[in-house]
Design a protein around this ligand. Structure first.
Ligand SMILES: Nc1ncnc2c1ncn2[C@@H]1O[C@H](COP(=O)(O)OP(=O)(O)OP(=O)(O)O)[C@@H](O)[C@H]1O
Length: 233
């Protein structure tokens, strides 16, 4: 990891999903500076989640470079990519991906299991998790509840706390507001941005909703940054 590197840089990236409906993506160049808040817009099926998977290192480019905080993910073995992601990237998925039968506390602490440096940064983990819940307008007693008992809005905030704990430098969010009404979306983004700014994190968020644009430092459109080829199934 390099302190003055961009949070994220993609250069000459090519990636292809094989199978019944092949889909290929080419991205000449995308650079996101540390501390930027960037919205990635694009139609359904335009490859937004695929791009996030490349950034998370859950899939690997066929050619080109995907660098996170200066590290080229293709230089890492699959096991080291998992460790690198756990240390450096907080992820908020569209469906939140909480473990329903585990407590809120265990859900929030989950990424720290695979990330010793992030665990150290998190300090006293129970207190840190409880503080994060409070900062996200959740009652502190919620840490003892099972994730399955929470409302959708509460689950979403727990997913944010899990992504924020231990202050990974890059936060990736895939349509985190799609399950919320307009008022709840605004309140959620207020809380998310407050945390991102307080910890000088970089945010890359995917959405269909161009109305969110004015809240971000920069907006990327899939059809401007990528060339896509797809074949029908
Ligand atoms: N796991 C996978 N295996 C094979 N093909 C996939 C896989 N995931 C995505 N694809 C292909 O990649 C294309 C782009 O999908 P992707 O989910 O990246 O788009 P998206 O812009 O995020 O769409 P949406 O907004 O609907 O979530 C899909 O049409 C599909 O054909």
């Amino acid at each position: 990891m390099t302190d003055d590197a961009p949070a994220l840089s993609l250069r000459d990236v090519r990636f292809r999903w094989r199978g019944r409906a092949p889909f290929s993506l080419q991205i000449p160049e995308v650079i996101i500076a540390q501390g930027e808040k960037v919205l990635l817009l694009g139609d359904s099926g335009s490859g937004k989640s695929t791009l996030l998977s490349l950034v998370c290192g859950t899939v690997v480019a066929e050619s080109g470079e995907v660098r996170v905080m200066g590290t080229d993910l293709s230089d890492l073995s699959s096991g080291r990519r998992d460790g690198f992601r756990a240390e450096h990237v907080g992820v908020i998925f569209q469906q939140f991906n909480l473990l329903p039968f585990a407590s809120v506390l265990d859900n929030i602490l989950l990424p720290l299991r695979f990330a010793p440096n992030r665990r150290t940064r998190a300090g006293a983990t129970r207190e840190t998790a409880t503080d994060l819940c409070r900062a996200l307008s959740l009652p502190s007693a919620i840490v003892a509840a099972r994730a399955a008992e929470l409302s959708v809005g509460q689950q979403q905030r727990v997913a944010v706390a899990r992504a924020l704990i231990g202050r990974p430098p890059l936060l990736i969010a895939d349509e985190p507001t799609s399950a919320l009404d307009a008022g709840s979306q605004t309140a959620f983004l207020d809380l998310l941005f407050e945390q991102v700014e307080a910890h000088a994190m970089t945010l890359l968020m995917v959405s269909h909703d161009a109305r969110l644009s004015s809240r971000f430092d920069r907006v990327l459109h899939m059809d401007e940054i990528a060339t896509v080829e797809r074949q029908a199934a």
